[in-house]
Every structure is written in structure tokens, then in C-alpha cells.
Ligand binder design. Structure first.
Ligand code: FAD
Ligand code: NAI
Length: 475
């Protein structure tokens, strides 16, 4: 006999667990299924983001930044320390504790919202006009039934053809977050978000890091003024990024990894490294769902096909997050989770794809929302742009971190903000003001006329808005 629910959510990552909570808030009887296991085999909800993504990577970025700061920059502040040592097991252990706090927090939230949590793999058994039967295969097998199902099964790391992840020498984001020792030489393939964040972590901890990138342009999707400034900073830090390469044969042995590639000049090269992280994008995950069995439509990339409301081709079945089109970001998955729950309740859930912020948590941080100059040129949109350097910001000087700038792009006629691009200290936090402004369709002039606290990094945002009309006050 199946257990009856109004809504079954499969996948407990940021998309799924938030959808489950919002659905429960709206009065639905909700079941949430997630198969992620912690080291002891117990439940570890939170998905990629909590277990091997956003949270652990930011914990390692923070710890590695402290380490580098203490022996490279603390003396500039007149604080002398000696004998700074890396205790990698403690650093990794702290990261594991942070992950567990988040797993436990989600289990608590399930309880608080009276959501029935099932630990195991969810798969479709049958689809009828009455609803969907879902089997949970875990420590025991259970069968659930609901009229509405939310699929939030996430994504997996993409492997290079012929080079599967062994998580010993050839690492995905999973192995990259739990190395037992700092590799002397670390190679990465792909200088996207993971390549830059994980490359930064291990470089700060002492590895000699080389990133091989297939494209000739660094961070091609990012505003190129920002990308150039970031590249300059990474070069200075000693993060080697080789653009325009073609990766060939990869040989992994106990001794390490050997990567044959052709460089941008077309010359054959070999990169020898102790470890290799492959960070070339992610693939949507529908493994074990029995999508074919119920006729769930997937596209050629394996993503679940959805319309703009996250409806699949099966009535009452919705899909959100990394397993569908759009940016693979935790906050995008969360917004879709909320919107879908509200649509199930007959409300008008809404996700504005134009105001989803992106952040790369390197040093300097890179953050943006909206259009780049390159996109606007390609679209033939007339715009005006202005930027303000952190070098001219008092707080940045006091912090001792003056790399980068804030850049505003506004419509040439209406002055509406079309994009904001930041490279520099606390870009991840500063970008929120731009998101709010764009969500409310503010003009650059609106931001320029708002009082910002002094001294604060946010004054650079106000000044960049002033720069759009060439009237900066401090530069
Ligand atoms: P996921 O988080 O992947 O969750 C899916 C869950 O479903 C998993 O727990 C999985 O085990 C479970 N599951 C799958 N199939 C089944 C099944 N059949 N039955 C039961 N359970 C199932 N994004 C950001 O916004 N900010 C960041 O800083 C950031 N950093 C990242 C760092 C790294 C190293 C990586 C890899 C990703 C990062 N991301 C970041 C991306 C972010 O992790 C994803 O966009 C986000 O996790 C997607 O959420 P989701 O709910 O769609 O899927
Ligand atoms: P990515 O798409 O960001 O970058 C992949 C890079 O690999 C690209 O630059 C691409 O040109 C390159 N590449 C692809 N195939 C290649 C090949 N054969 N040889 C050489 N280079 C190749 O993907 P990444 O870094 O794996 O991250 C996956 C996703 O996870 C991101 O797109 C993002 O959505 C999410 N993420 C988000 C973070 C954040 O928000 N801070 C942090 C980490 C991941």
C-alpha cells in the first residue's frame, strides 16, 4: 500500500529542499526524497551544493585565504607572526563540520515544516491520470503516491572522454575538496568557475597550479573589462592559466598524471602533475529516475525538458535546478523551487532570469548581474557605461585591498541599469544592491542619488553609477 502525499519532491539539494519547504508552508502534505549519504551512510540532504559544492568550497576558500593572508599580508598591517604552519587535516575537518551543520539544518527544517523525509533513491513506478507512484530504494523499500511531483535531481561533473574520475589522481569537484596532502604540482582542465575557485584554494595552500583552458578567451561569458582585470590579478598570484589549448591523451599512474596538449601556438606540450582536477562543466542527472519508463521528455544534453514555468511533458510533474535549462546555480534552483510550489498552489510564482547574480569567489571576487558590454553590442543596444576603481575608495585602502572596480551599464536613452559588473573586495555582497536595483528597474541616477555609508565599499557602487554620466566625485 502506497503512502499518500500531495507533493513528492525527488532530490534534496537547494532546489528540492526549498521546494519542499515552500510547498509545506502552503499547506501541502509533502514527501522529500534524497539519496546522498554521509561518511557513516546516514542522510546528508543539501545536494551537490551542501556536500561537494557551494558550501565546502567556500569553507576551503576562507581557510586558505586566512593561511595566505597570515604569512603574506599580515605584516603589511604591522602584525608580525612567525612559524605559520598549515594543518591540512584540521582545515579539511573544519570544512566537513560546516557541511554537517548544513545537512543537520536541512533535516531540522524538514521536521519543523512537517515534511516526511525518505533517505534513498526515488524512481517512477507508474504514471496514471490519478497521479504518480514513486518507489524509494533505501535501507528499506517504500512506495509513495502523489498527484504532483517535483524533480530536483541536480547534476554531476562532466568527465573528459576516456578519462573517468578515479578521485585519486583524476579528480572531480568531489575529490578536489578532500585531498589528504597539498599536491606539489596541480593541473586543472577548464578555467571556469570551479577551475578558478579550486585552483585558488590549492595555490594558496602551496601547490604550483596550472590550468589548461580550451577557449582562447578568458572567462568569455564575463564582461571582458572585468575578465582582464581578474586575469591580471591571477597572473600576479602565480595562478598559471594557459588559454586556447587542446587537451590530448591523459595518463594517470601512481606517480601522478601526465597531460599531453597542444598550446595556443599549435605546439605539442606535456604537463606533468601530481593531481588533475577536471572542471569542464556539469551534466544534468536523471540516473535511476526511470524517466524512460514514464515517458518523461529529456533533451539531447540529458536535461529534463520544461517550459518557462518548469512544467515537464507529464501533467503534475515539475522539474527545477541543475537538471533543467538555465544557469547551474544554487540560488536559481531555490527560486525555481519556490515558484513551482506557489504555482502548484494556484499562485503566480515568478523567476526573473535577467536578475540572477553570478559570483566567482576568488580573490579578487568577481560578481555580475545583467548584460555585459559585449552582449549589448551584439544585440545592437545603445548603452552608456561608467566604472569606479577601488583604488579611489577609502574603505578599500583601509582594508588594504584595492584591486578592481565597479562598473555600471545603463540604457543610453532611459538610463535603466542593464548590467553591473564588479571585480574586487566583497563583490559577492556588493552585487546584491545591483540585483535589487535591477529588479525594481532603477536607473543609474537612482543609485547615484542614494546615500551610502562612509567609509564603505558600497560607495564604489554609488560612484560607478555616477560614472555613467561622467560625474564621479572621488575620481
Ligand atoms: P543538487 O544540489 O545537485 O541536488 C540534487 C540532489 O538530488 C542530490 O542530493 C542527489 O543525491 C539527489 N538525487 C538525484 N537523483 C535522485 C534520486 N533519483 N532519488 C533521490 N535523490 C536523488 N552554485 C552557487 O550558486 N554558488 C556557489 O558558490 C556554487 N559553488 C559550487 C561549487 C562547486 C564545486 C560545484 C560543483 C557547484 C557549485 N555551485 C554553486 C552549483 C550548485 O551546487 C548547483 O547549482 C546546485 O547544487 C543545484 O541544486 P539542485 O537542487 O538542482 O541539485
Ligand atoms: P564552467 O562551465 O564554469 O567552466 C568550464 C570551463 O571548461 C570552460 O571555460 C570551458 O571552456 C572549459 N572546457 C570545457 N571543455 C574543455 C576541454 N575539453 N578542454 C579544456 N577546457 C575545456 O564549469 P565548471 O567550472 O565545471 O563549473 C560547473 C558549474 O558549476 C558552473 O558553470 C556553475 O554553474 C557551477 N558553479 C558555480 C559556482 C559559483 O557560483 N561560485 C562555483 C562552482 C561551480
Amino acid at each position: 500500500m502506497s503512502q499518500q502525499f500531495d507533493v513528492i519532491v525527488i532530490g534534496g539539494g537547494p532546489g528540492g529542499y526549498i521546494a519542499a519547504i515552500r510547498a509545506a508552508q502552503l499547506g501541502f502534505k509533502v514527501a522529500a526524497i534524497d539519496e546522498w549519504k554521509n561518511a557513516a551512510g546516514g542522510p546528508a540532504p543539501g545536494g551537490t551544493c551542501t556536500n561537494v559544492g557551494c558550501i565546502p568550497s567556500k569553507a576551503l576558500l576562507q581557510s586558505s585565504e586566512h593561511f595566505e593572508f597570515s604569512h603574506k599580508h599580515l605584516a603589511e598591517h604591522g602584525v608580525k607572526v612567525s612559524g605559520v604552519e598549515l594543518d591540512l587535516p584540521t582545515l579539511i575537518g573544519r570544512k566537513d563540520t560546516v557541511v554537517k551543520q548544513n545537512n543537520d539544518g536541512i533535516l531540522y527544517l524538514f521536521k519543523k515544516n512537517k515534511i516526511s523525509f525518505f533517505h534513498g533513491r526515488g524512481s517512477f513506478v507508474s504514471a496514471t491520470d490519478a497521479g504518480y507512484e514513486i518507489k524509494v530504494s533505501g535501507a528499506k523499500e517504500e512506495t509513495l503516491f502523489a498527484k504532483q511531483v517535483v524533480l530536483a535531481t541536480g547534476s554531476n561533473a562532466r568527465a573528459l572522454p576516456g578519462t573517468p574520475f578515479d578521485e585519486i589522481n583524476v579528480l572531480s569537484n568531489d575529490g578536489a575538496l578532500r585531498l589528504g596532502a597539498v599536491p606539489k604540482k596541480l593541473a586543472l582542465i577548464g578555467s571556469g568557475v570551479i577551475g578558478l575557485e579550486m585552483g585558488s584554494v590549492w595555490r594558496r595552500l602551496g601547490a604550483e597550479v596550472t590550468i589548461l583552458e580550451g577557449l582562447p578567451t578568458f572567462l568569455g561569458a564575463v564582461d571582458q573589462q572585468v575578465a582582464k582585470e581578474a586575469k591580471k590579478a591571477f597572473d600576479k598570484q602565480g595562478l598559471k592559466i594557459n588559454l586556447g589549448v587542446k587537451v590530448g591523451e591523459i595518463k594517470a599512474s601512481d606517480a601522478g598524471v601526465s597531460i599531453a596538449y597542444t598550446d595556443a601556438k599549435g605546439e605539442a606540450q606535456t604537463l606533468e602533475a601530481d593531481k588533475l582536477i577536471v572542471s569542464i562543466g556539469r551534466v544534468p542527472n536523471t540516473i535511476g529516475l526511470n524517466a524512460e519508463g514514464v515517458g518523461l521528455k529529456l533533451d539531447e544534453r540529458g536535461a529534463i525538458v520544461v517550459d518557462e514555468e518548469c512544467k515537464t511533458n507529464l501533467p503534475g510533474v515539475w522539474a527545477i535546478g541543475d537538471v533543467v535549462r538555465g544557469p547551474m546555480l544554487a540560488h536559481k534552483a531555490e527560486e525555481e523551487g519556490v515558484a513551482v510550489a506557489e504555482r502548484m498552489a494556484g499562485q503566480h510564482g515568478h523567476v526573473n532570469f535577467n536578475t540572477i547574480p553570478w559570483v566567482i569567489y576568488t580573490s579578487p571576487e568577481i560578481a555580475w548581474v545583467g548584460k555585459t558590454e559585449e552582449q549589448l553590442k551584439a544585440d545592437g543596444v545603445a548603452y552608456k557605461a561608467g566604472s569606479f576603481p577601488f583604488l579611489a575608495n577609502g574603505r578599500a585602502r583601509a582594508l588594504g585591498d584595492t584591486t578592481g572596480f565597479v562598473k555600471f551599464i545603463a540604457d543610453a536613452t532611459t538610463d535603466e541599469i542593464l548590467g553591473v559588473h564588479i571585480v574586487g573586495p566583497s563583490a559577492s555582497e556588493l552585487i546584491s544592491e545591483a540585483v535589487v536595483a535591477m529588479e525594481f528597474k532603477a536607473s543609474a541616477e537612482d543609485i547615484a542619488r542614494i546615500c551610502h555609508a562612509h567609509p564603505s565599499l558600497s560607495e564604489a557602487t554609488k560612484e560607478a553609477a555616477l560614472a555613467v554620466d561622467k560625474r564621479t566625485l572621488n575620481f
